[in-house]
Design a protein around this ligand. Sequence first.
Ligand SMILES: C[S@@+](CC[C@H](N)C(=O)[O-])C[C@H]1O[C@@H](n2cnc3c(N)ncnc32)[C@H](O)[C@@H]1O
Length: 191
Amino acid sequence: MSRRSGDHAWPLYAKGGYFNSLMKSRRLAQLVSMSLYPNAKEFTESCAVYTAIKRFCPWSLDDPTITAIVVGDGHTPRTGATIAVQSAWTVHSSDPVLRHAGAHAKVERLIQHRKCAERVLYPHKHRVVLAAPHSHANLRHVIASIKDAEIFVVSLPCCVPDGLGTPLRQYDDEGCLSPKRMVKIYHVRQE
Ligand SMILES: C[S@@+](CC[C@H](N)C(=O)[O-])C[C@H]1O[C@@H](n2cnc3c(N)ncnc32)[C@H](O)[C@@H]1O
């Protein structure tokens, strides 16, 4: 049997998955050189969140009026940086364990907050993308802290349920090298 036969049946990760994007993108390669991703699993989790935004968010990645908020980004603002370098958005990355030091502090339009997401005072914005990559935060509390906005939510839940009701869409991202790879999408319009 030739190597190519049956390729279509291979799972995405066996075909190269998000590592193909890395080979093609100088901006993602720069993030790797900044040691933003501790391992392949974390890299693919950030890519899964960005890909869900790219595929399903109704707002343009080129629109500078959009704000993204990443909740529970970990020790480095990896998902925040993944979004910032591949969009024109202003990105807030929050986690109480975030480390500010390092080259990633220079990523354009990426603002880091070493605190819980619901304690950050976000500048007033109407359209917000909330990304939660294996976040342990209570997303309802975070959403309540963002006033008067339309919020597109991409969650990759792990131990803490989203608590946001039935998602608009949910699917397993085969390119995500994690046992917790279900992506859930919600659209919240605040009164
Ligand atoms: C399982 S870790 C995931 C970290 C990273 N996203 C990853 O996938 O490696 C959960 C993270 O959520 C953070 N966290 C918990 N509550 C939070 C909150 N209210 N706001 C922001 N981050 C929070 C924790 O500090 C922790 O770093």
